[in-house]
Design a protein around this ligand. Structure first.
Ligand SMILES: [Zn+2]
Length: 475
């Protein structure tokens, strides 16, 4: 019988909120739903909730958590327990997610090569948006505990590699505070999927720490490639993509700039899901050997039913860090890669982007410059810093990155390091409670971004971000 340990951890839960010791839904513990649905012909999944380190992970200061904090927290939580309980999931009960403040929760994967944990081993549950959604409905406090429990069940479902479905169930694609009570069951195909957990041939597709999310072997077809679909009215909306630079070594930080635009008059509403963490948005990468793969996101976001408005004068723009996926490098071999993005804007309409091309340069091990750059850029701490840009890395790491920046100032990596330092300083200033220190950080951030703005590899998107930050933080 596969036993799975869910280690609970509370981070930044406001004092006024008291979470229950165990989580129940309709009088049943969450683990019972999994047990009852997984053991028809075989030994059922046995989920144990472990609260022995519930208050032992020290959060960083400030309201809200970001990806970097959650990733670090998961590493810390697992290190607290040297018993190497496996398979296991870290379930973080926390206040609010800084990048999507209305998200109830999500499931996440490893983001670097650190090896502290594997795929599908982290879940985050955000209690403030849950409470706010319930407050708008005027419901009693019991519903709060149950909606938290429901969200745990939903995210655990993703940790067991279950996909969203359109039927009311634990993995309903858009559960909300009003309707979640009608969703406290697994659909038959999910129950069937969970039953394979005790089958040695298939366990890796189900148990946390096994295959990456979405990789389900022969048990369930993976998401189809939408990019071959043609849509009648897709010409009204266009996606344009480009990489921040088109020649780089496999370990250098590369971002994909995505712009959603229209040439037509009027406003267009599209799902606010332009992120590879949503199933509706995909980045397709064709390797030099012709193999075409979907870029794998570290997160599994759940749609919130929100949209963004796009018009001729205000396109939607963002960048997506793409140099790592599944804890490995996205562009591992030297050669030419092609990249395309697709967005499903409704059940019938899919739009596809232009094809961007980039060249991954051959490695030069043994050459001093190559080795030094690789060493500075490849540490998990550097990868997180360049990817999230939400705080500076530890001092020693920052020094080695600064030395690479100075030595290779004219290179794309020099630009990426400078830009990330500026962004991180601004982000830290926002969280700092000491006004004087916050002012100092903003000042340093401004100087860093002004220097980054002069770089020839900065690109239009990053320049827009810099202008906005400088405008918002005038001294
Ligand atoms: Zn979901």
């Amino acid at each position: 019988m596969p036993e799975i340990v869910c280690q609970l951890s509370e981070l930044k839960i406001p004092e006024a909120i008291h979470l229950p010791v165990t989580f129940h839904l309709e009088g049943k513990e969450i683990s019972e739903y999994f047990r009852d649905n997984s053991g028809l012909r075989s030994s059922p999944l046995d989920i144990t909730f472990d609260s022995s380190h519930r208050f032992d992970v020290r959060p960083q200061a400030g309201l809200g958590v970001d990806d970097w904090q959650l990733q670090d927290a998961l590493g810390s939580l697992f290190r607290l327990d040297d018993k190497r309980k496996n398979p296991r999931v870290g379930v973080f009960l926390t206040d609010i997610y800084t990048s999507h403040p209305d998200a109830f929760g999500f499931m996440f994967d490893r983001d670097t090569n650190s090896g502290d944990y594997g795929p599908r081993q982290g879940c985050a549950i955000f209690v403030l948006p849950i409470l706010n959604a319930l407050n708008r409905l005027n419901t009693a406090i019991r519903d709060f505990d149950e909606l938290v429990a429901y969200t745990i069940a939903h995210e655990l479902g993703h940790a067991f590699n279950l996909w969203h479905v359109s039927k009311p169930s634990f993995l309903f694609e858009s559960p909300d505070a009003r309707t979640f009570r009608n969703c406290c069951s697994f659909v038959p195909e999910h129950a069937e999927y969970l039953r394979h957990a005790s089958d040695l041939d298939y366990a890796e597709f189900i148990l946390p720490g096994g295959t990456p999310f979405g990789s389900r072997g022969p048990l369930h077809a993976s998401a189809g490639d939408d990019s071959f679909l043609r849509a009648k009215d897709s010409h009204k909306l266009r996606i344009h993509i480009e990489t921040t630079h088109d020649e780089f070594h496999y370990f250098e930080p590369v971002e994909l700039n995505v712009t959603l635009l229209t040439q037509e008059d009027g406003d267009f509403k599209v799902p606010d899901e332009i992120d590879p963490g949503y199933s509706s948005f995909a980045i397709w990468i064709t390797h030099p050997n012709g193999e075409r793969v979907r870029f794998h996101s570290t997160h599994q976001y759940c749609p919130r039913g929100k949209s963004v408005s796009i018009s001729k004068s205000s396109p939607f723009r963002r960048d997506i860090s793409i140099f790592m996926q599944k804890g490995r490098y996205t562009f591992p071999a030297a050669g030419r890669y092609r990249i395309q993005a697709t967005l499903r804007v409704s059940s019938r309409v899919v739009i596809q982007s232009n094809t961007a091309e980039c060249e991954v340069l051959p490695s030069k091990p043994g050459s001093g410059d190559f080795d030094a750059s690789r060493q500075a850029l490849c540490s998990p701490e550097s990868i997180k810093f360049l990817r999230y840009k939400s705080r500076l890395p530890i001092h020693r790491r920052l020094l080695s990155l600064e030395s690479i920046r100075e030595k290779h100032w004219r290179s794309p990596s020099g630009c990426a390091i400078q830009y990330a330092i500026g962004r991180a300083l601004f982000s830290m200033s926002e969280r700092h409670s000491d006004q004087k220190r916050a002012h100092q950080l903003r000042h340093q951030g401004r100087q860093s971004l002004e220097r980054a703005a002069s770089h020839r590899f900065i690109g239009k998107h990053r320049l827009d971000v810099i202008r906005l930050l400088l405008e918002q933080n005038k001294s």
